[in-house]
Write a protein that binds this ligand. Structure first.
Ligand code: SF4
Ligand code: SF4
Length: 388
């Protein structure tokens, strides 16, 4: 495993980092973490709400018996969508971490569930909008509590995570009352726009953790269109080139891969160890993906993260968005039309975009700023009928 130095923390971070948002159960989580550690992965990112609030306890179970001094364990929360057990969940406002004391309680709760008496880093999580940023930095608010906990030694370094574009992220970094040591941003083959943030951080010794290296799992899916691009370029799937691209992009410290099972850790480590993609392969790959995304706007690339929550009309938002995207890809369109028609005939709930009332609740929670209301209306217009 290759390790990258982060000047601000003095850490050497493994080029493959472990995202704990895709665990399936405790046993497979423990096995996956242990396999990853065996392969040299040393960076673990967890959050209270992941895996229906089980991720922290499952990572904690995996940490038992491991040498913590060799690992970087980072937890996070946010006034936007962060903690649990603090206040009532309110749509658009999150779990109620509004005051410094609440932030402190949230950090202690995470440490207790993880079974640790010290964290390596704590992160201002999901800074997806100016509202969340301002709420977080206000006097007596979230960040004040986090910084106090840092002074008291609960953790060593401070991170920030955001889905913002360069202008927004640079504003968060430059206009915050404190400095951040690591920044986590989306950066992958299908969306490598945040180059200025990578450069800014690299110049200042701030670590860059690139999340969604597989575009929220999208590049790893077994869609025929993706399989044919991979095959054409000599890969079994797009997983390997996608991880190699992100992990080896100049200035990126680590590719944060959401890992469910130990074989994902094996596959990820093997991919990253192959080094950067040869330039001609990368050029061909990006050309083919550009063609693909000529039919599907990047702005509509749902990553199935689930932050949009439950639709009051029962619409399965990520699934309907994915089907709608597949309808637009010529090679997938026919098969997708038939699948939707079959689901409609079987009266499967959640598959009817025409039920959308345009309430906008989901859209306001989407970190990728997907225009869900607009897409539901468009989908309703072109949705295949059950008589197909
Ligand atoms: S905007 Fe439509 S899809 Fe989104 S929550 Fe409201 S009804 Fe559901
Ligand atoms: S619509 Fe947005 S919030 Fe919902 S799953 Fe897709 S990317 Fe996530």
């Amino acid at each position: 495993m290759e390790y990258r130095p982060v000047e601000r923390t003095g850490w050497n971070v493994s080029a493959l980092a472990f995202g704990c948002m895709r665990f399936k159960d405790e046993d497979s989580a423990v096995e996956a973490v242990h396999k990853a550690v065996e392969l040299g992965v040393n960076y673990f990112d967890v959050a209270p709400a992941y895996c229906k609030e089980r991720s922290e306890s499952w990572l904690g179970a995996a940490l038992e018996g491991l040498d913590r001094s060799q690992l970087i364990v980072t937890a996070k929360s946010s006034p936007g969508n962060g903690g649990v057990e603090i206040g009532e969940f309110q749509p658009n406002r999150g779990f109620g971490i509004r005051a410094a004391d609440d932030a402190r309680r949230q950090i202690e709760r995470s440490m207790k569930v993880l079974g640790v008496d010290h964290l390596d880093m704590y992160q201002f999580w999901a800074v997806h909008s100016e509202d969340v940023f301002q709420e977080g930095i206000k006097k007596g608010g979230f960040l004040e509590g986090v910084l106090l906990a840092k002074e008291e030694g609960l953790f060593d370094y401070l991170g920030l995570t955001t889905h913002g574009q360069d202008d927004e992220t640079l504003h968060y970094l430059q206009d915050s009352p404190c400095e951040f040591d690591m920044v986590t941003i989306p950066f992958h083959l299908a969306d490598a726009r945040r180059v200025r943030t990578v450069e800014y951080c690299a110049e200042r010794g701030i670590g860059i953790v690139a999340m969604n290296p597989l575009a929220g799992g999208r590049l790893a899916r077994s869609a025929p269109v993706l399989a044919s691009i991979a095959e054409e370029l000599g890969f079994a799937s797009l997983v390997e080139p996608a991880l190699r691209f992100t992990a080896h992009y100049p200035g990126v410290t680590a590719a944060l891969n959401g890992i469910s099972y130990s074989n994902h850790a094996v596959q990820g480590a093997a991919a990253v160890e192959k080094g950067p993609l040869p330039e001609n392969v990368l050029d061909a790959l990006r050309k083919r993906l550009d063609e693909l995304f000529a039919n599907v706007s990047l702005k509509h690339l749902c990553t199935a993260c689930g932050y949009c929550g439950e639709c009051p009309q029962g619409i399965l938002i990520p699934q309907v968005l994915e089907a709608f995207i597949n309808l637009r890809i010529p090679s997938l369109s026919e098969e997708t039309r038939a699948q939707i028609a079959a689901l409609t005939r079987e009266e499967e709930p959640g598959w009817d975009p025409s039920l959308c009332t345009a309430c906008g609740e989901c859209q306001s929670r989407c970190p990728n700023k997907i225009p869900i209301v607009e897409l539901m209306a468009e989908a309703a217009q072109s949705w295949p009928s059950k008589t197909l």
